[in-house]
Design a binder for this molecule. Sequence first.
Ligand code: DC
Length: 230
Amino acid sequence: MANGLGYSKPVNIAIDGPAGAGKSTLSKMLAARLGYIYADTGALYRAIGLFALRNGIDPSDADGVSALLCKTVIEIKFKDGSQHVYQSGEDVNALIRSPEVSMAASQVSAIPKVRAFLLGLQKDLAAKNNVVMDGRDIGTVVLPDAKIKIFLTASPEDRARRRYDEMIARGDTADYNKVLDDIKKRDAADSGRETAPLKPAEDSILVDTSGFELDKSLELLISIVKEHLT
Ligand code: DC
């Protein structure tokens, strides 16, 4: 596929990092600037976390969740450039951002069969499209040959503050200390799991956005991308 940059294959940009580092906001903005698709892989784990909760299965029960996988189909579709995740044909985008589903997503994501179940879908998307894909294992497992790999991080307090502000802006109620506590718990779970733990790929570029406004982080990412794509 020609992509206007002289590359014969689609260009893949992998953005990994812990919860609340600004990955989704920044990846979405970066993709828009580049004219690429933005793929949020966390939404896939969230859809499976939601499916487990709906079926009364403990999201940390590996056998129970694995047995559920053959009972659903998870799909990604793009509407006006924005990603929608479908679970068994239902658009679940509006249902997957609650704290319960966040925790369930983190739990199901530690299950090897869940990761294997979602791998093909993610690889396929990147094989067909210029994409900015964000997640935890994109540079290490999903797209080890990505053209650019960025590991985006920030202090837990900065990340909790951003998550808290997002929740308040959405009209949700939130308690900063609870958000911070959840972030620390998810960090420990995502980094400590055996399968595809959160860690920077050896060839990734580390970007720490602690104390940065969004615009400054975006400009930094754009300058990294420009440097590596030319
Ligand atoms: O990015 P997020 O917060 O929406 O992700 C939800 C959970 O899914 C997160 O706790 C870890 C997991 N996840 C993962 O294990 N691998 C990915 N590529 C993306 C998310």
